[in-house]
Design a protein around this ligand. Sequence first.
Ligand code: ADP
Length: 245
Amino acid sequence: MTTDTIRLHAVSRRYRTGDEVVTALDGVSLGFPRGTFTAVMGPSGSGKSTLLQCAAGLDRPTSGSVTVGGTELAGLSDRRLTLLRRDRIGFVFQAFNLLPSLTAEQNVALPLRLAGRRPSHARVREALDRVGLADRARHRPAELSGGQQQRVALARALITRPEVVFGDEPTGALDSRAGLEVLRLLRDMVDQEGRTVVMVTHDPVAASCADRVVFLVDGRLTGELGGADAGRIAAHLTGLEAAAC
Ligand code: ADP
């Protein structure tokens, strides 16, 4: 039986700006099974980032529940939530978010330092080796290509050995070759290490690397495709965007 690493049940997130209320997520129920790769797609403004933020414990839903490994997030204090995120969840973002003044190995070691742990040199080197950058350990981000910077960000996400890795458009700023390299590493995390990966993307080619694609429109799940190629995913997405016009 597959177990869900993360489960959302009837999750809604509303934002209030002045008199206006925007419903970014509207009763979403969804599980991310352990050891699988899910892509999240949908038109701009459909709630993809909000879904990721709620599933990762970066934002709290207005109603509904989110569980990570069976732990209900709503019951956690901010401090406990921060600890859970730090120990069990890794992130990669479109903009890499590396600290420019630190070398690659210092960036990778940062999550352990922030957790008050002394990172072993071997562990940091192993993480950089894992993403093919053992020979770039002393380079600063400005001395690395975009693809290499994103691989450093992946090594940083992996250093705490998280169960789940979230990516918010992790290939969005990369050319297709560097993007495919990052996708291959995400795929390996699932296939070889049994991690769970959840990735927001606009790119049907990137989404085709996932086991399944879930589609959002106006904050609601509108369907999913399993094992689809990029052509089928693009056709589905075009249909959703045409319907939204
Ligand atoms: P996507 O990632 O699919 O582009 P988002 O999750 O960013 O969509 O946004 C969904 C909706 O919620 C949009 O209408 C957006 O304007 C709104 N929204 C997102 N974040 C906020 C916020 N902090 N305050 C007010 N509205 C927000």
